[in-house]
Write a protein that binds this ligand. Structure first.
Ligand SMILES: Cc1cc2nc3c(=O)[nH]c(=O)nc-3n(C[C@H](O)[C@H](O)[C@H](O)COP(=O)(O)OP(=O)(O)OC[C@H]3O[C@@H](n4cnc5c(N)ncnc54)[C@H](O)[C@@H]3O)c2cc1C
Ligand code: FES
Length: 253
């Protein structure tokens, strides 16, 4: 499906951690077409530019999309105040999602902070073949670990202050995990460490990037990012259209 714009009714809403909201949207056509790792672009009432939010989970049968977002500024604050029954103006599905390939492989998912939501839908496809390592500042900001566990994934949590799980970096939990493929989303230092791990192991790795966006469809250069060609030369691509998921060998972090 090519992208489209539709009003999507909010079916459910909950603050799952301080300033982090979980919304379920009635979005039948989008749910049929969307892939894990793609994103929706939401019009904020009273604002000109849409806000990009990853698709956290897809239920094609129920016709719903789940999004989980953190209040970062005015736009996300306004979205967080929308109520059950309100309609969000959604442009979707956008970008290239994760290329999951054979879900019988052992997959390692590594997520940091608000980079964790886009991994859920993909990890669910791997179920018990997925090991998920997620890192947060502290216990209060930890999200979705129970959702991964419910999907049958093995879950490791790391926190900066040791208030939950491993005291330290999420990559510490990921280092010794046996895996055929890695999927990751989170802050740049974490992504760099994940790419190093993939390189050391010689296994494929896909990472999801975040960049400031305007149009979300490749028309404005708002999300330009340096990318690598096969021969190693650089060019500028679009995170919104060429990504947000990239093969780790194609990006310059
Ligand atoms: C592909 C993609 C997926 C994302 N998925 C999620 C998600 O699942 N959950 C989540 O909490 N956040 C996600 N983000 C980040 C989210 O888009 C920003 O936090 C949000 O746009 C901030 O808007 P604001 O008005 O609250 O903040 P402000 O800082 O007031 O925003 C001002 C402008 O900058 C843009 N902007 C600011 N920060 C970002 C950013 N980090 N990325 C892109 N644009 C930004 C806004 O769109 C807006 O145009 C994602 C970003 C991208 C690019
Ligand atoms: S946001 Fe306009 S080109 Fe990507």
């Amino acid at each position: 499906m090519k992208y489209d714009v539709k009003p999507c009714r909010i079916l459910y809403k909950r603050e799952i951690a301080q300033g982090i909201f979980d919304f379920l949207l009635d979005a039948e056509d989008f749910a049929k077409a969307a892939k894990p790792g793609q994103f929706v672009h939401i019009l904020v009432p009273g604002k000109t530019l849409r806000r990009p939010i990853s698709i956290c989970d897809i239920d094609a049968e129920a016709g719903t999309l789940r999004i989980v977002f953190q209040i970062r500024g005015e736009g996300t604050e306004i979205l967080s105040q929308m109520k059950i029954g309100d309609h969000m103006d959604v442009l979707a599905p956008l970008g290239n999602g994760f290329d999951l390939g054979d879900t019988n492989r052992k997959a390692l998912f590594v997520g940091g902070g608000i980079g964790v939501p886009p991994l859920l839908g993909a990890a669910k496809k791997f179920g018990k073949n997925a090991t998920v390592a997620v890192g947060f500042r502290n216990k209060e900001t930890a999200i979705l670990e129970a959702d991964f566990a419910r999907a049958g994934c093995r879950v490791f949590v790391a926190t900066d202050d040791g208030s939950m799980g491993h005291h330290g970096l999420v990559i510490d939990c990921a280092k010794d995990v046996e895996a055929d493929v890695i999927f990751a989303c989170g802050p740049t230092p974490m992504l760099k460490a994940v790419c190093e791990l993939a390189k050391e192991r010689g296994i494929p790795c896909q990472i999801s990037l975040e960049e400031r966006m305007a149009c979300g469809i490749g028309a404005c250069l708002g999300c330009a990012t340096p990318l690598l060609r096969e021969d190693g030369t650089q060019y500028f691509g679009h995170v919104c259209k060429d990504g947000p998921v990239f093969d780790y060998t194609k990006v310059v972090l």
